[in-house]
Every structure is written in C-alpha cells, then in structure tokens.
Design a protein around this ligand. Structure first.
Ligand code: NAD
Ligand code: ZN
Length: 365
C-alpha cells in the first residue's frame, strides 16, 4: 500500500489476526493485493442491489481477471438478512462451481457483511472472506469483530457465528454516495463508541459533530479511525463476547426491540440511537450515572440528530421483545449500561418498572 494517508490497524483476537486498512482511494490497491494473495482462488463478490447499481461497473473494471471473479447481488435491505437469501446465494455459488478454493468479498453495508460473512463461515465448512464495507455504520463497526449472521422473525441476529474476516479494506471515498440518513445511522455507533469507552473522544464529538455529519474529511476520517480503534481494542480483549465485549451492546437491547417492532422501518443505527437514549435514562434511574453526565449525553444526541425520528410503541411491547434478544440469562434481560462518560458496565439486570419509566420519559406511552 503506498498511499501515504493509509492507516493500518491490527486486530488480534483469540486465534484470529487480521489487518484493517483504512484510507481514501485505496480500492485499486486493495484489489491488486487480493488478486496477488489469492492467486489460485475463485472470487465471489457478494453485494446488494444498490451498491451493485452504483459501483458494479466501477468495480468490474478493476477486476481484470474476470473469469475467476463473479459479482452476486441480493435485494438491498435488512429484510434480506435471512435464511432465504443465504440459501439463494449458496445455490448460486454451487451452480457456478465455486469450491473450497473460493474467496468471498463482502462489498456493502452491515447487512452484506453479516450475510456474506455467515455464508463464508459455513460454505464447505468455511472459506476465507474479506470485508470491504461501504456504509459509515459498517466502516466503524460491523465489518470488524467477526460477528456474522442473519435475523429470524423471533429476533435480530439470532442465527450466526463468530467468523473473523481475513482482512478489512475501508475506503472512505465510499461515503461520498451515501444518503444523509445512512450517515446518521453510522453516527449512532460512533457516539456509542465514545460513550462506552473514551471520554476524550466524546469531548471531541461534542465540539465537532456538525463537521463530522457534513463529512468534512479531516473530521470524519478522524472519527472513523477513533471508533475503529475503540471497537478493535474491545474485541481483542474478548473475541467471543463472554465478558467485556458486551459493553458494545449499549443501546442495543432496546434498539433491537425497536428495529423488530418497526418491521425494520427504523434502521439499525436509528434504533440504537433511541435505545441509547432510553438506556442512558435507565442508567441514571438505577443510580449509577450522574445527572450532569446524562445531560451531556442528551445534548450530544440532540446535536447528532440521532433522535429526530418518531416511532410509536407501547412500553410493554418493547419490554416483551427485549426478552428474545440474546442478552437474556435465566429469563432476565441483562443490560449494558453506563456509569459515566467512557465507562460502561455489563450484565445488569433491571426491574421492568424502571425500564417502563425510562421508556415513558423517552416518549413511549
Ligand atoms: N456484525 C456486527 O458486529 C454488527 C455491528 C453493527 C451492526 N450490524 C448489522 O449491520 C446492519 C446495518 O448495517 P448498515 O446500516 O450498513 O445497513 P445496510 O447494509 O442495509 O446499508 C444501508 C443502505 O445503504 C446502501 N449503501 C451501502 N453502501 C452505499 C454507498 N456507498 N452508497 C450509497 N448507498 C449505499 C445499502 O444498499 C442500503 O440500502 C444491521 O443488520 C445490523 O444488525 C452488525
Ligand atoms: Zn450496532
């Protein structure tokens, strides 16, 4: 890689070691490296219909050895992150004669990464896969850490595995075509990273969130790299989420319920934004978060436009759905909460009464 702006972050989690290459205009180099490294392999680029429409031709031009590369696409959207799409894509791989010597490249947002990664995890008992994330959310969060999977009508991500990528290439230029709504979605996971792990970064966001949302290069690049480093450091300590990694689920217990109850009309990042607002209130009500900290967090939510969205549901419906989330033990939901800015805790059981009160304060009735 000879782009001077390119940064490499190394991740070592359990037995997996991989690099995240982050920079601008790195796609050409990325494909050259991939072709070199996977000489004897066939390559399946799995992508969604939107990314294929915008980037298909541009990418095909880079795939000079086209006979061993195929682009497989599926209908864009969370509704496709299911068994049916997985099966259809697998059938196409078999039809095309893709064997064990296949590399899967996930080119797209979090839906593509989760789905293509899960296909790679089980196709012929596991084949290599590379993430090329194209949304802000997938660049700061979902493309690293190795969680892959699909949804089930009972809940989000209920079928899946831990299957780390062999490499991640993050080309920040993909953000140029991303609709504003998708920027806000990604901002949710950036704000989450700061709240749970890094007060200094939180302060940086307080001063610069407007410039980040406007994608001013210096600020967005810095925010992405800081968030990535936070996620990488947490994942390295606990690859399979038996402990500390659970802090990354802040906002996600309530968030996942909202995603499901809205039939995915509310996308992941937005749902996590609302989830973080409610779980911040829970943290205050159970007495672990000072009201000044809660106030600073609420101000940042406002500035980041995360809560400029309306969704109606009864508190009890939301609470009921939290039980099917994976964070349940012995019938009790365990929350990841915060006891200060940059300080998260996990495995906290909370009375339904407090959750109900917090949901009411956040506007659910
Ligand atoms: N595995 C993990 O650790 C992890 C972490 C967080 C979220 N997730 C999952 O990620 C998913 C959400 O990811 P997402 O927000 O990226 O959603 P997504 O993949 O659906 O992408 C959002 C939209 O942006 C479009 N798009 C993608 N790249 C584009 C580009 N460069 N220009 C224009 N449009 C583009 C897509 O076609 C889609 O319509 C959820 O399923 C969530 O559960 C997984
Ligand atoms: Zn998330």
């Amino acid at each position: 890689m000879n782009n001077p702006e390119t940064e490499i972050i190394k991740v070592s989690a359990g037995r997996s070691h991989y690099e995240i290459v982050v920079g601008r205009n790195i796609l050409q180099n990325a494909f050259e490296e991939i072709f070199q490294e996977y000489k004897g392999h066939k390559i399946a680029v799995i992508t969604d219909s939107n990314v294929e429409r915008i980037y298909g031709n541009k990418i095909l031009q880079k795939l000079d050895k086209k006979d061993r590369v195929f682009i497989l696409s599926f209908k864009a959207g969370e509704e496709s992150k299911n068994r049916k799409t997985k099966e259809e894509l697998e059938d196409r791989l078999f039809e095309l004669g893709y064997s064990r010597d296949t590399l899967i490249i996930a080119l797209g947002g979090g839906v593509t990464g989760d789905l293509a990664g899960f296909i790679a995890a089980t196709y012929m008992r596991g084949i290599p896969f590379i993430q090329i994330p194209t949304t802000l959310l997938s660049q700061v969060d979902s493309s690293i850490g190795g969680k892959v999977g699909i949804d089930h009508p009972s809940g989000k991500n209920l079928i899946g595995s831990f299957y780390p990528p062999n490499k991640v290439y993050i080309d920040l230029d993909f953000l140029d075509t991303l609709p504003n709504e998708e920027i806000i979605n990604g901002i949710a996971e950036i704000v989450k990273a700061a709240i749970i792990k890094d007060e200094k970064f939180f302060t940086y966001l307080e001063s610069n969130i407007d410039r980040i949302i406007k994608l001013e290069k210096k600020f967005i690049d810095n925010a992405i790299i800081s968030s990535l480093k936070i996620k990488a450091s947490v994942v390295q300590k606990d690859e399979k989420e038996s402990g500390i990694r659970k802090i990354l689920n802040f906002g996600h217990t309530i968030g996942h319920s909202i995603e499901i109850l809205s039939d995915f009309e509310i996308p992941h990042g937005r749902a996590v934004g609302i989830g973080m607002a409610v779980e911040t209130l829970i943290s205050e009500k159970i007495g672990i978060l000072k009201s000044e900290d809660k106030e600073r967090i609420s101000q940042l939510f406002k500035k980041s436009k995360l809560l400029d969205i309306s969704f109606k549901a009864f508190p009890d419906e939301i609470i009921k759905k939290t039980i099917m989330d994976k964070k349940t033990r012995e019938g009790m939901v365990e929350y990841s909460l915060i006891k200060g800015i940059g300080k998260a805790v996990y495995g906290i059981k909370v009375d339904d009464g407090i959750v109900r009160e917090s949901l009411a304060e956040a506007g659910f009735s």
